[in-house]
Structures are given as structure tokens and as C-alpha cells.
Write a new protein. Structure first.
Length: 219
């Protein structure tokens, strides 16, 4: 059972969740759920990597969130008409714990620490979404995307600099809301400044502190 459940729920409730939840396996490229579908419950990532996307008016998809092991998924379907407002797609073969909505409601009401954790999780995600919605220079936004990849996916095992998973330049542009050519230019600038190193399609983070400063507009 996921560490979040073990940490914030009592042993009895952890066992209750384990009994009523399911393990879901998805292959790279598969949808976990699609926008417009009924909200069935909450997912917790046990292993793998997932992107959350919204549909633009032209039916193209824009990445709004990246998630990995221990992260929560599916909460954007809570409230309102109880339908998912976003879609979730596996970036690699992944395993998820699925907690049905009724079970999740029971658990939140009976475990205040878990409820508080979920509230803080929602608040932090909303705060970050609002920050990225401001009119930041595109250089700062792309730095935010790169830092988020580093924060969510971490570094490749055995390497002190190489991201364990690098989005395609197209997907980076997609998440930043800009053009492919702009991403290439900004990445080249960050390389010249010694912030990153580019190794084919892979990206190495050489100076995390400077990347954070650029992300936050402190240069």
C-alpha cells in the first residue's frame, strides 16, 4: 500500500483501503481516464510516470501536470458534476492504486491527518497553477517546466545530473504554452549559462540553484 496511506491513516483504515482498492496497470501511451468521463475515485501512483492534459479549443492537448511515484491523481474530477475535467496518460508503463470514491470519502472523514494532507495538496497545486497563469517571461516558464521535471521525476540512477525522464521538446513547448523553436532557443541559452547540459534528447541539470532563481524571476 502506498506510503501516503500508511503515513496519514491508522493501521485499521490502511487495511480497509487495501481491501477495497485495486491495482491498475497501464502501458505507456494509454489513458488512465479521459476528460468528460465520470469521476470514479482517486488514484495513487505506485510506480511509473504520468502526464495530465487538458484539451484546447483546437482539440490539441496541453500538459498541465507531471506526476510520478507517490503522487495523487484524479482529484480534479471532484465536486461539480463529478466528471474528470482533464485526461491522464501514462508516459511509461505504470502501476496505480485505485481507491473508489465512496471508500475515499469514508477514509477522509475518519482520518483527519489524511484529510489535512489532501487539503494541503490541493492548496499547493492551486498555488502553483496560479503562479504559472501569471504573465511570466517565457524564459521563466520554460525554466519552471524543466525544474518541475527534475522535481517530479528526479535524476537517473547513478547520475548526479541527468534527468531520469526528459519530455520531448514538443511536450516542453506544450506545457510552457509556447513554440518548439522558442524551447530550443531557451534551452540553448540555459546551456550557455551553465545551468543545463544537453545530451541528445536528454537534459542534465548542472546548477539547480540558478535554475530555481530563473524559475522565480530572480536573475
Amino acid at each position: 500500500m502506498n506510503e501516503i496511506i500508511k503515513k496519514y491513516c491508522t493501521e485499521e483504515w490502511s487495511e480497509f483501503i487495501a481491501f477495497h482498492s485495486d491495482n491498475v496497470k497501464v502501458e505507456a501511451g494509454d489513458y488512465i481516464f479521459k476528460a468528460g468521463e465520470d469521476t470514479l475515485g482517486l488514484y495513487i501512483i505506485e510506480s511509473g510516470k504520468v502526464k495530465v492534459v487538458i484539451n484546447n479549443n483546437d482539440q490539441s492537448e496541453r500538459i498541465i501536470r507531471l506526476i510520478s511515484t507517490k503522487d495523487v491523481l484524479g482529484h480534479r474530477g471532484f465536486g461539480g458534476d463529478w466528471k474528470y475535467s482533464v485526461s491522464a496518460i501514462a508516459l511509461e508503463d505504470s502501476v496505480l492504486t485505485f481507491i473508489p470514491l465512496k471508500i475515499f470519502n469514508y477514509v477522509v472523514k475518519a482520518n483527519p491527518e489524511f484529510g489535512y494532507y489532501m487539503m494541503m495538496f490541493f492548496a499547493e497545486e492551486l498555488r502553483e497553477s496560479e503562479r504559472l497563469a501569471t504573465n511570466l517571461p517565457i524564459r521563466n516558464v520554460i525554466a519552471s517546466v524543466i525544474y518541475n521535471i527534475y522535481k517530479v521525476f528526479g535524476l537517473e540512477k547513478g547520475s548526479e545530473t541527468k534527468l531520469s525522464f526528459t519530455l520531448s521538446r514538443k511536450d516542453i513547448a506544450n506545457q510552457a504554452g509556447t513554440r518548439y523553436e522558442t524551447v530550443v532557443r531557451v534551452l540553448a541559452d540555459l546551456k550557455k549559462e551553465g545551468v543545463i547540459q544537453i545530451d541528445g534528447k536528454a537534459i542534465h541539470i548542472l546548477n539547480v540553484e540558478k535554475l530555481v532563481n530563473i524559475k522565480n524571476g530572480i536573475e
